[in-house]
Design a protein around this ligand. Structure first.
Ligand SMILES: Nc1ncnc2c1ncn2[C@@H]1O[C@H](COP(=O)(O)OP(=O)(O)OP(=O)(O)O)[C@@H](O)[C@H]1O
Ligand SMILES: [Mg+2]
Length: 313
């Protein structure tokens, strides 16, 4: 089955005043993807999204949305694309519904019931008549998503949709995105700096670091699920390391001031524990860390920074 390409970015670069902030990135988002665009502060997420929406122009490279080149066929390319870049602004003294009605007026041939439909979709129907100034941040964010849904989009682009929300608010947005993806067949491109968010809602990811994509692919392929990370607290750190470093299921050991981080092959924590006990090493705690993507991410970032340094030498 051939998959429709919703976003196709090729060799995109952008400089501000001679400083390169996006450096030759390429990525493609297929229909049905929930694509995570992961990067720390200042890595270039918003700049990329602004280019996708033709708000700023690249110095090099091409962008296709919906298989149309945005520099040539922007109105066709953007036709069924909804987006939020940074914090959505609304008239705070008007109701959520009234705000959306105003926005709907800007869209051609929109059906009258659409505003109520999108309010329902994001779970704001019962607060639709309340003024936006009485909304929580999470509700405003959901109103922003409702606004992005007005054009009946096949693709929705969101710049850090959970930024500033509390854990409950973040979960609501993630659940909403997952639901819109599976029930309404909407493709998403979502920037975030949170790894666990990518793990929880995205099927694909591109990891952006200093304007370069340092890894991309299916989340399940990138997350190395065949190992575990275990932290060991023991008064005998050095002895423990020498006893376990040559075990065949131990992949990597990192020493910190109070504990040891040991990367082991999956389902070997009992063997690890037994090896320590059999060698008379007292264990205070053995703590599992299920942060495989985070480990991977940090390793990648460190790796690419070391490469940068070697390249600069
Ligand atoms: N209009 C501009 N003029 C000059 N520099 C800019 C401009 N916009 C962005 N930058 C720079 O480009 C780099 C990438 O910024 P960008 O806002 O895209 O990062 P981000 O990944 O969205 O970060 P955050 O997580 O903080 O939102 C930063 O160094 C930023 O200072
Ligand atoms: Mg940003």
């Amino acid at each position: 089955m051939s998959c429709k390409n919703m976003i196709e970015v090729r060799n995109l670069s952008k400089s501000f005043k001679g400083r390169k902030v996006i450096d030759d990135i390429s990525l493609s988002v297929d229909e049905g993807d929930v694509y995570g665009f992961l990067g720390s502060n200042g890595s270039g997420k918003t700049t990329t999204i602004r280019m996708l929406l033709n708000l700023i122009y690249p110095n090099k490279g091409t962008i296709k949305l919906n298989e149309y080149d945005i520099s040539r066929d922007f109105s066709k390319a953007i036709k069924r694309v909804g987006a939020i870049v940074e914090i959505p602004k609304f008239h705070s003294y008007l109701s959520g519904r009234k705000n959306l009605l105003l926005m709907a007026n800007l869209i051609d041939d929109i059906e009258k019931h659409k505003v109520d439909e999108v309010l329902e979709l994001v779970g704001l129907a019962d607060r639709a008549e309340d003024k936006v100034k009485t909304y929580s941040l999470g509700m405003r964010q959901r109103l922003g998503i409702a606004n992005a849904l007005l054009c009946n989009p096949r693709l929705v682009i969101l710049d850090e949709p959970t930024n500033g929300l509390d854990p409950q608010g973040m979960k609501e947005i993630r659940d909403l995105i997952c639901r819109l993806s599976s029930e309404n067949n909407i493709t998403f491109f979502i920037s975030t700096h949170l790894l666990h968010e990518v793990e929880q809602m995205c099927n694909k990811v591109a990891i952006l670091n200093h304007g370069k994509i340092i890894a991309q692919g299916k989340v399940e392929d990138l997350v190395n699920i065949d190992y575990e990370l275990v932290e060991i607290y023991t008064p005998l750190i050095d002895k423990a390391i020498s006893e376990i470093e040559n075990l065949d299921f131990v992949r990597n050991i990192k020493k910190s001031t109070k504990s040891i981080f040991v990367q082991i092959e999956k389902d070997h924590s009992i063997d690890l524990n037994r090896a320590l006990i059999n060698n008379n090493i007292d264990i205070k705690y053995l703590i599992p860390h299920n942060q495989s993507l985070e480990e991977y991410f940090i390793k990648l970032i460190n790796g690419s920074e070391e490469n940068d340094q070697t390249n600069n030498e």
